[in-house]
Design a protein around this ligand. Structure first.
Ligand code: DHB
Ligand code: FE
Length: 281
């Protein structure tokens, strides 16, 4: 049977991709940013931890979707996904390969389980998906895991609530557990932490709120499920709402144990957060 062995969350700041693609990891600005991923890069290489498939929960930033089409929850079921051109040409990273049979199984299970997923067969994938892969896997010729992309709209209101995202995670866990192939699956949540990219509060960071969020992923998940949009907006800035995608990851875990945490301020305009959670059954 397929099983979820771990949950991983990370910010997806585009500058992390720039730092890797342009070989800037040793520069003073980037060094502390990348230092916090060294533990994870070593951990994820070990045979017992290496995922066969990553269910990667991310948001598109108007690269594949625009105001013409706004799915709330979508799942990539196509064979592969090319890196998007976000204005400077596509990132020089490998194509993202899916496990289409597994993805279609998850889609079917979620829809029967009352989550009406949009099915995507073609989609360019932007920094929301490729930066976490680079942060965890570095610069391989091919990504070492298959990726099932799960896309959440956190750009145009109405955005799904944190609690609904958590319940989507629970439904994803049920879908994984009912897939007969023996697969080591990780679920990743991406985006956040506090940041605001525009307007008078651009540059806002709230380290105290972020640290409490990191603590409560294992300490008080029920509190996090109840955090309302208005609190994310007020306390974490307009783009801090990306954190609801971490709750999809959290909902898919049973009894998670924190293995590693990294928090660094600022990375570009963002409070960078990263956590690794073991899924204990
Ligand atoms: C930044 C952060 C993001 O999450 C994003 O999607 C785009 C930019 C930033 O801090 O620059
Ligand atoms: Fe973002």
């Amino acid at each position: 049977m397929a099983h979820i062995s771990a949950g991983v969350a990370t910010s997806h700041v585009p500058l992390i991709g720039v730092g890797i693609d342009q070989g800037k990891q040793e520069e003073p600005y980037f060094k502390p940013i990348f230092a916090g991923y060294e533990w994870t890069k070593a951990w994820i290489k070990k045979p017992e931890n290496k995922p066969d498939v990553v269910i990667l929960v991310f948001n598109d930033h108007a690269s594949a979707f625009g105001q013409d089409l706004i799915p709330t929850f979508a799942i990539g079921c196509g064979e592969e996904f090319q890196p998007a051109d976000e204005g400077w040409g596509p990132r020089p990273v490998p194509v993202v390969k899916n496990h289409p049979d597994f993805a279609w199984h998850i889609a079917q299970s979620l829809i029967i389980d009352e989550f009406d997923m949009t099915i995507i067969n073609e989609m360019p994938v932007d920094h929301g998906l490729t930066v976490p892969l680079s942060a965890m896997f570095g610069e391989p010729d091919a990504w070492p895991a298959l990726v099932v992309p799960i896309m959440v709209n956190v750009v145009t209101y109405p955005i799904p609530s944190g609690d609904r995202c958590f319940r989507l995670g629970q439904a994803i866990a049920r879908a994984v557990e009912s897939f007969p192939e023996e697969l080591n699956v990780q679920i990743w949540g991406t985006g956040g932490m506090s940041h605001q990219l525009q307007g008078p509060r651009a540059g806002l960071i709230n380290a105290e709120w972020d640290q409490k969020f990191l603590d409560d992923l294992t300490g008080d998940p029920d509190r996090l499920r109840q955090v309302q949009h208005i609190e994310y907006l007020r306390e974490t800035g307009s783009e801090g709402i990306e954190l609801v995608m971490w709750l999809v990851m959290l909902g898919a875990l049973t009894n998670p144990k924190e293995l590693h945490r990294h928090y660094h301020v600022p990375a570009s305009n963002t409070a960078l957060g990263h956590i690794v959670l073991e899924n204990r059954s």
